[in-house]
Write a new protein. Structure first.
Length: 74
């Protein structure tokens, strides 16, 4: 990342979850059909880095059922 983008990156940390450059999706895991969930998981996985963990459904870290669903995909 070019240094010229650092100020925007640092400013964005103030409005993100835990001060990191990721935000959970606004949808919950079971708002989507199994096929839609799989497409979301595939997209996150294909993106790489921490997206599958930190840019996923907002309830994945807080709901056992949602976490299990993500684990089963993984």
């Amino acid at each position: 990342m070019p240094k010229e983008q650092y100020p925007d990156l640092y400013a964005g940390r103030k409005s993100s979850f835990c001060g990191i450059d990721y935000n959970f999706a606004t949808e919950k895991t079971f708002d989507h059909t199994p096929e839609e969930r799989r497409a979301v998981y595939e997209s996150l996985w294909a993106h790489g880095d921490f997206h599958f963990w930190l840019a996923t459904y907002g309830d994945m870290l807080f709901s056992d059922e949602a976490n299990t669903e993500a684990f089963n995909f993984w």
